[in-house]
Ligand binder design. Structure first.
Ligand code: SF4
Length: 458
């Protein structure tokens, strides 16, 4: 069982990996996997959303994502600037171009249905797609797909065979738990990075792997730069002002001034994370790390590593190998979906990834890397998912800043020890799984509990 870094870091669009990237891929997949003869007959489409997708889908842009997916668009290459125009055209014409080919009638208000009553048993984020030929009475095709976090999509069969937790991919150094990875490092007298790098090279070769990592880094940093350069309000109706440009401007002005308090370096980390998550909330291009809601933590800590710790190109690759492995462990053994385990699975997993990545980039031992990830995750356990108005804005944007700061502290603490500690990363991940199972559904991305009930002045 293995989840590679190309599966974990998916380049896509905001605001949500489970509610935007996943549904977009699912809508496209439903059509692409129809037999050709059936696809030819399709004249109408309808999709029913359940659980968290029904409750917070509008705020997360699920409706937009579905229309893009039906139109054949892919999250990593869709022109984000053209999306508003594409969606307006569908609404005006009441039709869309099926997989980008021929026009069929599509009425977004009628054909995207929000089932607020029912939750399907396999996962809260369920979508049932139906295709029709001449009338709307009997579908010629019907399929339920699940968006299980981080942009991953499964159908009912895949959910049962274990694909949501990790594909059956063969690599030279497989592991399902951190303890196994640590044992392998001892047996091979190798660093964690060396084993993880060998795994990734075995899947697609050195050149392609390095190219992919460079593309991820470039997307991370472009997103930060766009976020700190873009003023205005975020969409959705909460009237949330973008803060990254002002904070960044203040930091530039204060740079080099005498008497600047040392803790202000953390404001740089925060502004990097806020910039990414403001871009995400605005539907911009981000990378799942491991999700969109938590997309700011890893890039913020990576940029901190580059700008404040002198970590170079190779060090940034090392960071990402280890971060991806920790994210994969969270996904395989618990969940990275807010709808499944709350925000501990999103920002908590992201903080663990970033802490481990930073430790690796700074030359920590294998044991210190594990300890860094464990500290970061442990102090996010129990954190609920309660976005106000179903929008990935409050508390999500600031929460990423806090996750990034905690990740750096976790690395620093871990590197002051020798890696010996009481609770292992595997135990923390298992605690996250159990805590998520015990968590009431109103705290799992339904916007029906917690902070989501706070009064917000718009
Ligand atoms: S509260 Fe956390 S898990 Fe929920 S949408 Fe926001 S970032 Fe994602």
């Amino acid at each position: 069982m293995y989840i590679s870094l190309t599966d974990l870091f998916k380049i896509g669009i905001g605001p949500s990996s489970s509610h935007t990237v996943g549904p977009m891929r699912a809508a496209r997949r439903f059509l692409v996997e129809l037999p050709a003869a059936t696809l030819e007959k399709v004249k109408r489409l309808r999709v029913e959303l359940f659980g968290s997708l029904a409750h917070t889908g509008r705020g997360h842009g699920t409706d937009v994502a579905l229309q893009l997916g039906f139109s054949g668009e892919l999250p990593d290459i869709v022109d984000t600037a053209a999306i508003p125009q594409m969606i307006a055209a569908i609404a005006n014409n009441q039709s869309l171009a099926l997989l980008g080919t021929r026009n069929i009638r599509f009425q977004p208000m009628l054909d995207i249905r929000y089932n607020l009553k029912d939750v399907l048993p396999l996962h809260s984020n369920a979508m049932t797609f139906r295709a029709f030929a001449d009338d709307m009475k009997a579908p010629i095709a019907e399929r339920t797909l699940y968006s299980i976090g981080g942009g991953f999509i499964v159908d009912e069969d895949e959910a049962f065979v274990g694909s949501p937790r990790g594909a059956e991919i063969s690599v030279p150094h497989p592991f399902a738990h951190m303890v196994e990875l640590l044992q392998r490092t001892v047996a091979q007298n190798a660093s964690m990075v060396e084993l993880l790098r060998a795994n990734e090279y075995s899947l697609r070769g050195e050149a392609e792997t390095r190219q992919f990592l460079d593309r991820v880094i470039e997307t991370f940093f472009t997103c930060i730069d766009r976020g700190i350069a873009t003023r205005g309000q975020l969409p959705g109706g909460l009237n949330v002002k973008r803060r990254a440009p002002d904070i960044h401007h203040q930091l530039i002005v204060e740079r080099g001034q005498r008497g600047t308090a040392p803790h202000k370096v953390l404001d740089w980390v925060s502004v990097y994370a806020i910039a990414v998550n403001e871009e995400n909330a605005a539907g911009g291009r981000v990378v799942t790390a491991p999700t969109n809601g938590a997309a700011g933590v890893v890039p913020a800590v990576l940029r901190y590593a580059r700008d404040f710790c002198g970590v170079g190109h190779e060090g940034m690759h090392d960071f990402l190998y280890v971060a991806a492995a920790v994210g994969a462990l969270c996904k395989m053994n618990a969940s990275i979906s807010g709808a499944e385990v709350g925000c501990q699975g999103e920002v908590g997993s992201a903080a663990a990834m970033a802490a481990a990545g930073l430790a690796a980039a700074l030359g920590a031992s294998n044991e210190q890397i594990e300890n860094a990830a464990e500290i970061a995750l442990e102090h996010h356990l129990g954190m609920t998912c309660d976005p106000i108005g179903g929008l990935v804005q409050i508390p999500c944007i600031e929460r990423n800043a806090m996750g990034a700061v905690k990740a750096i502290s976790a690395t620093s603490l871990a590197m002051r020890g020798d890696g010996t500690h009481r609770v292992s990363l595997d135990q923390a991940i298992d605690t996250m799984r159990r805590t998520g199972a015990d968590m009431q559904s109103k705290y799992k991305e339904t916007s029906q509990g917690g902070l989501a009930l706070a009064q917000v002045e718009c």
